[in-house]
Design a protein around this ligand. Structure first.
Ligand SMILES: [Zn+2]
Length: 230
């Protein structure tokens, strides 16, 4: 805890003064973050550091395994963060970010590791589809490291599917006011791979090209036309 106290002291004395005007503006005018990022709670995965975002720029929701439970009437922290970001803050981009060497994905891979953690085991059921996909559709001779990496990537795609079940997200996608992104952060190399929904694969970011996206808004006019013609 001593290091944390020193950190607070350093922030107050050496960092905050340089950003005082920004913090004052944010306090007076409120936040208008560009995006919602749902990432793992892993201490090595820092959304603001990876994206070089400052105060007020990124609305962040972190949990074990960057999970998005499918929409249900039961209240939950992740569902509330999504609803607030989309409805109150009018965020137009949501990123689900997985990462390498993820303890939660290792737990999905080896359920015996979760025997003494019933809450974690129950939570990770929201990612079980990723485990099934890798076990049944990937080569059987993957090393454990490859398997955990594959589950982490498939888990990002599964959680993007869950995101679309949330009414606030579904409505914004239908009006073409929202884009969903799937990212994978490699802790060892610092590389961020992004999911390209049109090619159904993760790809490295090219700084000279457009950012591939996972899900964009649907084309609604045809549906509307069909309804209007009835
Ligand atoms: Zn993790």
């Amino acid at each position: 805890m001593g290091d944390l106290l020193k950190g607070i002291s350093n922030f107050r004395g050496a960092v905050f003064p340089n950003y005082q005007a920004l913090y004052r503006k944010l306090a007076q005018e409120g936040q208008q973050p560009h995006a919602l990022m749902i990432s793992c709670a892993d201490s090595r995965v820092l959304p603001e550091t990876i994206t070089q975002s400052g105060p007020g720029e990124l609305f962040v929701c972190r949990n074990a395994g960057n999970i998005v439970p499918p929409f249900s009437t039961a209240n939950g922290g992740v569902s509330s963060a999504i609803e607030y970001a989309v409805v109150a803050l009018a965020v137009r981009d949501i990123i689900v970010c997985g990462h390498s060497d993820c303890g939660a994905m290792k737990g999905l891979c080896r359920p015996e590791l979760l025997k003494s953690m019933p809450n974690v085991a129950a939570w990770l059921k929201h990612g079980y589809a990723a485990h099934s996909i890798v076990c049944q559709a990937y080569p059987a001779d993957l090393s454990e490291r490859q398997k955990v990496r594959a589950i982490a990537m498939e888990n990002v795609i599964v959680q993007l599917d869950h995101l679309r079940t949330h009414p606030s997200v579904a409505a914004r996608l239908a009006t073409n006011d929202m884009t969903l992104h799937g990212w994978f952060f490699d802790i060892e190399t610092g590389e961020v791979e992004v999911y390209d929904g049109s090619a159904a694969r993760f790809t490295k970011i090219r700084e000279d090209g457009p950012l591939p996206v996972a899900v964009t808004g649907r084309d609604r006019p045809q549906v509307l036309a069909a309804v209007a013609a009835e």
